[in-house]
Design a protein around this ligand. Structure first.
Ligand code: CAA
Length: 379
């Protein structure tokens, strides 16, 4: 078994780390404090190709493998989890839908723009009354001549405030339950489509999260992705991949929290010595390191399985479950090491503690990951 990264993967890590330290780190606390979406960061990332990592060169992307993408997500998340959230939605939940389920014309229209960041994408599955139970959606799409009329609302839509194109699931045949869900491409200026209120969140405050509304919103039949009834499958397959990105994000947040804890413990003095001399601190740091190394193997394994064409749906659920839970635990312990200083906004660990929390919720809660994992065991 060979655990080494290729020279290309090492280069992705080095470049993403340098970019994150120089460009993302200085802005992260400001975006968080001002609740300002990381649009400027995304423009820079788009110009460098990071928004088109999952798009092939044929369509203007850089065609990176899933492991390189996970490494980049980890590095960006160490500096700014808000920015990496948008990077993950673009690559995992939008580009990958087009890669796998769009026809040639749809690919030609959208992928080159998504690759450069000229278009930012969003993925609209959840609704006010259906999150984990995704197939219980109430949004409908009714065929009328050569158009669909979409009615309903979606909630928790990352990037919504500034996205140009939305992947939207809606029911075309309610009686068929999940087999009656279809997926559509909706552009932001489509009449009948409006963006609702911006959510005021605990963490990842440099992202935009809104409700979106469809009031007799008409889109051409040519905007349907794949066949009618394929929408739920599209969402599930897409989330299998998305969970690798969020697991990598959680890993990056955990790594950043541990880095902060190590640094602080070597600066802070108590009882006449550095607190890193105390075994109670050393054991906390050792636990963090051991858990992070374990989670990293799971994240990289799930990405590797995707790259070699093996079924990775259970692996990505395991990686997201473990890394997501770990990020909250490590951030909590890192904050504890900081004592009262960890509880104020002047210290990075306070933001990491809040940012970590979402990784146990979006793209499938920890409980949904357990459902996916246990179903793979029990059938
Ligand atoms: N991969 C591929 N196919 C899958 C799948 C998976 N992981 N999970 C289910 N399916 C398929 C099944 O094979 C089945 O297909 P057939 O009809 O062909 O047999 C079909 O989907 C229905 O499966 P189930 O009967 O298992 O469906 P269910 O209703 O019991 O629920 C679930 C399945 C796993 C709970 C699913 O609803 C789920 O994943 N829920 C969580 C949704 C989620 O992650 N939401 C996150 C929102 S997106 C987000 O956060 C984006 C953002 O902006 C950051």
């Amino acid at each position: 078994m060979d655990f080494s990264l290729t020279p290309e993967q090492e280069l992705f890590r080095k470049s993403a780390r340098e970019f994150a330290q120089q460009e993302l780190e200085p802005m992260a606390a400001i975006l968080d404090k001002e609740h300002r979406p990381a649009i400027e960061n995304l423009k820079k990332l788009g110009a460098l190709g990071y928004l088109g990592m999952s798009i092939s060169e044929e369509y203007g992307g850089i065609g990176a493998d899933a492991l390189s993408y996970a490494i980049v997500m980890e590095e960006l998340s160490r500096a700014c989890a808000s920015t990496s959230t948008s990077v993950s939605v673009q690559n995992s939940l939008v580009n990958d839908v087009f890669n796998k389920f769009a026809n040639d014309e749809q690919k030609q229209t959208y992928l080159p723009k998504l690759a450069t960041g000229e278009f930012i994408g969003a993925f609209a599955l959840s609704e006010p009354e259906s999150g984990s139970d995704a197939s219980a959606m109430k949004t409908t799409a009714t065929l009328d001549g050569n158009e669909y009329i979409i009615k309903g609302s979606k909630m928790w839509i990352t990037n919504a405030g500034f996205a140009d194109v939305f992947i939207v699931t809606a029911t075309t045949d309610a009686a068929a339950k999940h087999k009656g869900v279809s997926a559509f491409i909706v552009e932001k200026d489509t009449p009948g489509f409006t963006i609702g209120k911006e959510e005021d969140k605990l963490g990842i405050r440099g992202t935009s999260t809104c409700e979106i509304h469809f009031d007799n919103c008409r889109i051409p039949v040519s905007n349907r992705l794949s066949d009618e009834g394929m929408g739920f499958k599209i969402a599930m397959v897409t989330l299998n991949g998305g969970r690798i990105g969020i697991a990598a994000q959680a890993l990056g947040i955990a790594q950043a929290a541990m880095d902060e804890a190590v640094k602080y413990s070597q600066e802070r003095e108590a009882f006449g010595q550095k607190i890193s001399n105390f075994q109670s601190i050393q054991f906390k740091l050792a636990d963090m390191k051991a858990q992070i190394e374990g989670a990293r193997l799971l994240v990289y394994k799930s990405a590797w399985k995707k790259d070699v064409g093996q079924d990775y749906s259970t692996d990505s659920a395991i990686a997201k479950l473990v890394a997501g839970e770990l990020a909250s635990q490590v951030a909590d312990q890192a904050l504890q090491i900081h004592g009262g200083y960890g509880y104020i906004r002047d210290y990075k660990v306070e933001r990491l503690y809040r940012d970590a929390r979402i990784t146990r919720i979006y793209e499938g809660t920890s409980e949904i990951q357990k459902l996916v994992i246990s179903r793979s065991m029990l059938g």
